[in-house]
Design a protein around this ligand. Structure first.
Ligand code: C2E
Ligand code: MG
Ligand code: MG
Ligand code: MG
Length: 288
């Protein structure tokens, strides 16, 4: 169908995901619903067929790993790896996304705890939080209880949030964001430079990091105006004391351009693809 072709096209050049179709969609919906109870308990030991993948973040100057982003993967017994781009929107249709994010959060804490127990070093890791999460009154207390449960410090985690969470600037959303920051979590604005991005967010939101969206990075080599705009933006972000990281770096030329305009860290297939957690831990350990 046209939809299948479109989704396949969207994913070509990304990872080796299989074709997305209605069958997967319906099956996934059912399966996710069935597992909802389990996930709702956010039992990090539950085997949901879901896995944490980690994509390294690197220093552009020497490509050394400085962090990692946790990206969810669904391993289908016959269909292989299914992209979160296919199941996250489904989960976002309901509060299921809240449970799913919390499962990822708890698993990430468990990973940090296990590494510490085994004496294996880990950098700060980032977790994606859906905008939906900010509708939950217990967000801050849940996050704090969970890190405590695993003996992890909030500062070992960074929470990535897209601006869709703040579209209406509801007081309670801002309050929760402040609560997380005061608790010691690092906060990153994800996918900056697309959608409705407004400089207003930068002034009003308590953020540590701004992630430049990969569409912006992709335009860099094509267009001189794109790099002028990004250079201005990076200078501005720097003055406002945000850390900046560029997403979706695929070409060597992009690295030089980004460094030339003051961007010091990045993430992208050129350096590393997302990998199973164990592979990441080994990679990071080998670099220390
Ligand atoms: P995101 O948070 O912006 O994550 C970055 C996405 O870009 C990831 O896609 C990553 O694999 C991909 N990427 C990284 N480097 C490159 C590159 O050089 N080129 C290209 N073309 N892509 C690159 P992924 O893993 O498919 O995730 C898609 C989106 O799904 C994420 O976008 C995030 O919004 C969402 N997502 C993933 N895991 C979770 C989760 O646990 N919770 C929530 N709420 N959302 C998640
Ligand atoms: Mg992200
Ligand atoms: Mg992003
Ligand atoms: Mg993105």
């Amino acid at each position: 169908s046209a939809q299948t072709a479109m989704t396949a096209a969207k994913q070509s050049g990304r990872e080796n995901y299989r074709f997305y179709d209605e069958t997967i969609s319906n099956e996934m919906r059912q399966r996710l619903m069935l597992e909802q109870q389990l996930i709702l308990a956010t039992e990090p030991n539950a085997d949901l067929g879901l896995q944490l993948y980690l994509q390294p973040k690197v220093a552009l100057s020497d490509s050394r790993v400085i962090g990692a982003e946790v990206l969810l993967r669904w391993e289908h017994p016959e269909k292989g790896l299914i992209s979160p781009a296919d199941f996250i929107p489904l989960a976002e249709e309901s509060r299921l996304i809240v449970a799913l994010d919390r499962w990822v959060f708890a698993r990430s804490c468990r990973l940090l705890r296990d590494c510490r127990r085994e004496g294996r070093p880990m950098p700060r890791i980032s977790i994606n939080l859906s905008a939906r999460q900010f509708q939950e009154p217990d967000l801050v207390s849940w996050c704090l209880e969970t890190v405590k449960r695993f003996g992890v410090e909030p500062g070992e985690l960074e929470l990535e949030i897209t601006e869709t969470a703040f579209i209406d600037f509801a007081d309670c959303v801002l309050e929760r964001l402040h609560g997380l920051r005061e608790a010691g979590f690092n906060l990153a604005l994800d996918d900056f430079g697309t959608g409705y991005s407004s400089l207003t967010y930068l002034r009003r939101l308590p953020l540590d990091v701004v992630k430049i969206d990969r569409d912006f990075v992709a335009d860099l080599c094509r267009d001189g105006k794109a790099s002028t705009l990004l250079q201005g933006l990076i200078q501005l972000l720097d003055k406002l004391e945000f850390d900046v990281i560029a997403e979706g770096i695929e070409q060597v030329e992009q690295v030089a351009l980004l460094q030339g305009i003051g961007c010091k860290s990045g993430q992208g297939f050129l350096f590393h693809r997302p990998m199973p957690a164990e592979s990441f831990v080994a990679l990071y350990q080998s670099e220390q």
